[in-house]
Design a protein around this ligand. Structure first.
Ligand SMILES: Nc1ncnc2c1ncn2[C@@H]1O[C@H](COP(=O)(O)OP(=O)(O)OP(=O)(O)O)[C@@H](O)[C@H]1O
Length: 343
């Protein structure tokens, strides 16, 4: 059974300027011990999905759909149960540790807090566990007495990982865990997360704008655009040959370092993602798409099968017969008898 299963998740923010549909019918799952990467440009809804998983969104957000954590729907959970699930059922590592840590409390006290809250640990046991966790993430035990400003960015991010692991969660949600760090430290932190998650059999959802980082770390990839998943499949095959033009543009923009097989000319994607409050008609990616066709103005694509264990929200992945079945305008007229029988 999947440990995490998200079905038809919608999140809309109420703002002074009107409603912002930030997430529009997103669905995905993560099996126990598996790692899902979620990629996409700034503003496509990645963090909104991450925060929704533990109901950490502001009160201006309205949610619908289902978020099943070990079979239990987070969206309908009572507050008491939700508090018990946070840190234990799933925990989050946010981007920018300096903002997430309390500047005036010692590191050790901050890591101990969820342990004391959730486990029946004595303060002495919590202190011992804090020491173990610090060593786990490659920091000396004495760092428990430090304040956040006494640590480097990479060390602070290690502290965030120690905190996320404190209650031995079954799922870690890592939202751009290395974005603020330089490339060398980024690689160290990613290796650390990978090792800890692997050693402890934890499931992971990692969010990044960098598809190559996710391709190196995760088993599966989901690519988001304008509040939707537009491509999904095994990490290696999605990165090596995206079926959605946006997935292709993202993988070309982030070539894998040191892997000649995947080195392509990095290509900047022209234009910006659309404002979620004013989406273009038809396919949301159409205004930036190099291979858009007339029908893309009329069809709002959903995830269609696009090869073994893969899906993409682009009419170009459909055979003529599938397009006719999906009600794509003009599809029936172009379907040839040969293609109809072989589809
Ligand atoms: N609290 C909020 N109120 C109103 N709109 C919001 C709020 N938070 C996010 N949004 C909007 O929702 C959309 C999705 O934002 P979100 O932060 O989830 O995207 P993201 O892909 O995580 O981007 P980034 O990588 O920059 O964090 C954006 O258009 C953003 O402006």
């Amino acid at each position: 059974m999947n440990y995490l299963e998200v079905k038809d998740l919608h999140v809309t923010y109420r703002t002074a300027g009107g409603e912002v549909p930030a997430v529009r019918g997103v669905g995905f799952s993560v099996e126990p011990g598996r790692k899902l990467g979620v990629a996409g440009e700034s503003g496509c809804g990645k963090s909104t999905v991450a925060l929704a998983l533990l109901r950490l969104l502001p009160s201006s957000a309205t949610l619908s759909g289902e978020i099943l954590l070990d079979g239990e729907d987070v969206l309908t959970m009572r507050w008491g149960r939700l508090r018990a699930v946070r840190w234990v059922g799933a925990s989050i590592v946010f981007q920018g540790a300096m903002h997430s840590l309390n500047a005036v409390r010692r590191i050790g006290d901050q890591i101990a807090e969820p342990i004391l809250l959730h486990n029946t640990a004595t303060p002495a046991e919590a202190t011992r566990r804090v020491g173990e966790l610090l060593e786990h993430v490659g920091l000396p035990r004495w760092r428990a007495r430090s304040f956040p400003h006494e640590l480097s960015g990479g060390q602070r991010q290690r502290v965030m990982i120690a905190m996320a692991l404190a209650c031995e969660p079954r799922l870690i949600i890592a939202d751009e865990p290395t974005t603020a760090l330089d490339v060398m430290i980024q690689a160290q932190i990613l290796r650390l997360i990978d090792r800890l998650v692997g050693e402890q059999g934890i499931s992971m959802m990692m969010i990044s704008h960098d598809l190559s980082v996710l391709a190196d770390t995760c088993d599966r990839l989901a690519v988001m655009y304008a509040g939707r998943i537009v491509e999904e499949g095994p990490a290696g095959t999605v990165f090596a040959g995206a079926r959605h033009p946006y997935g292709g543009a993202l993988s070309a923009a982030f070539p894998r370092i040191g892997d000649p097989a995947s080195r392509r000319a990095p290509s900047g994607l022209a234009g910006d993602p659309p404002d979620p409050a004013a989406l273009p008609g038809g396919c949301s990616f159409r205004p930036r798409c190099a291979v858009a066709e007339d029908r893309c103005a009329e069809v709002d694509p959903v995830l269609w099968p696009a090869g073994p264990d893969r899906a993409a929200a682009c009419v170009r992945v459909l055979t003529d017969e599938q397009a006719a079945e999906a009600g794509v305008p003009g599809a029936a007229a172009t379907a040839t008898p040969e293609k109809e029988t072989s589809a």
